[in-house]
Design a protein around this ligand. Structure first.
Ligand SMILES: C[S@@+](CC[C@H](N)C(=O)[O-])C[C@H]1O[C@@H](n2cnc3c(N)ncnc32)[C@H](O)[C@@H]1O
Ligand SMILES: Nc1nc2[nH]cc(C(=O)O)c2c(=O)[nH]1
Ligand code: SF4
Ligand SMILES: [Mg+2]
Length: 220
C-alpha cells in the first residue's frame, strides 16, 4: 500500500461543520485540484509545499496514541490521495468517527457503502471562481449526517446558494451550512439574508478556530 502525503496533523477542537466544538484529530493532505479565491490552506496545495509520507498504519498509530474518536480528513483535497479509500476503511474498522472535508468536485459514489464516513461537502459559489467544477450528482448520496456547505463572500453568492438549496431540496436531504469567507463579509449580512428569505433549517457557522487562535496560525 502507498504512503499518504500529509502536510500537517494535529489535535484540536473542530472549528467547522456538524462536529464544531468537539475534540478531533486533523489529517491535512497535500494537493488540491481547485484554486478557490479565498483558500486559507494554500500552504497545503502548491506542488512544492512540504509534506511527510505516512502509511495508513502510521496515521492509525498517531490517532490511537492521541486517544481521539473524531478524525477529520482535509487538505488540500483529501479524496485525491491515492488509495484514500483504504485509509478511510481502516479508520472506520478501528472505531474512529471519520469526517471528510471535500471540495464538491470529486464524485463521492465510490465511498458510499454501508459503513461510510460523513461528508462535509462544499458547493463552491461564484466568488470562489470554482463553480464550474462542481459535481452535482453527489447530492443524491447525502444523508442527514452529512453537510453541504456554502462559503460566501457577497449577496450574489447567497442568492446562488439559495438557488442550489431549492433546486436540490438540500434542507430535506442533508444538513446545510452557510459560512462567511473569513473577513470578506459581515456575518450579520448572512443572518439578515436568512431572516429575509425565511431560510429555516440552515445553519450559519463561523470558523471557531479563527477566533480562538490567530487567523494565520497553522496546526490548530
Ligand atoms: C481548506 S478546505 C479543505 C477541504 C476541501 N478542499 C474543501 O474545500 O472543502 C476546508 C474548508 O475550509 C473552507 N475555507 C477555506 N478558506 C476559507 C476562508 N478563507 N474562509 C472561510 N472558509 C474557508 C473551505 O471552503 C472548506 O469548506
Ligand atoms: N480547528 C480546526 N477545525 C477545522 N475544521 C475544518 C478544518 C479544515 O481546515 O478543513 C479545520 C482546521 O484547520 N482547524
Ligand atoms: S478546494 Fe479547498 S483546499 Fe482547494 S483551493 Fe478550494 S478551499 Fe482550498
Ligand atoms: Mg468541504
Amino acid at each position: 500500500m502507498n504512503n499518504y502525503k500529509v502536510v500537517e496533523k494535529f489535535i484540536s477542537i473542530n472549528g467547522e461543520g456538524s462536529r464544531a466544538g468537539q475534540l478531533a484529530a486533523f489529517i491535512r493532505f497535500h494537493y488540491c485540484n481547485l484554486n478557490c479565491s479565498y483558500c486559507d490552506t494554500r500552504y497545503a496545495n502548491d506542488s512544492n509545499s512540504n509534506y511527510e509520507l505516512l502509511s495508513a498504519q502510521n496515521i492509525l498509530d498517531y490517532l490511537k496514541a492521541n486517544k481521539v474518536v473524531n478524525v477529520t480528513l482535509t487538505g488540500g483535497e483529501p479524496l485525491l490521495q491515492q488509495n484514500i479509500d483504504y485509509l478511510i476503511d481502516l479508520l472506520l474498522k478501528n472505531g474512529f468517527s471519520v469526517e471528510i472535508e471535500t471540495n464538491g468536485s470529486i464524485d463521492i459514489k465510490p465511498f458510499i457503502k454501508e459503513t461510510r464516513p460523513i461528508f462535509t461537502l462544499d458547493y463552491k459559489v461564484p466568488s470562489s471562481t470554482m463553480e464550474n467544477e462542481m459535481c452535482l450528482n453527489n447530492y443524491q448520496y447525502l444523508t442527514k449526517n452529512d453537510v453541504v456547505k456554502f462559503v460566501v463572500s457577497n449577496l450574489s453568492d447567497l442568492n446562488k446558494a439559495k438557488e442550489i438549496i431549492d433546486t436540490y431540496d438540500l434542507v430535506n436531504r442533508t444538513k446545510v451550512y452557510f459560512s462567511p469567507v473569513f473577513g470578506k463579509i459581515e456575518p450579520r449580512m448572512i443572518v439578515d439574508y436568512m431572516v429575509k428569505h425565511h431560510l429555516n433549517g440552515i445553519n450559519m457557522q463561523l470558523q471557531m478556530h479563527k477566533f480562538i487562535w490567530d487567523v494565520n496560525q497553522r496546526g490548530v
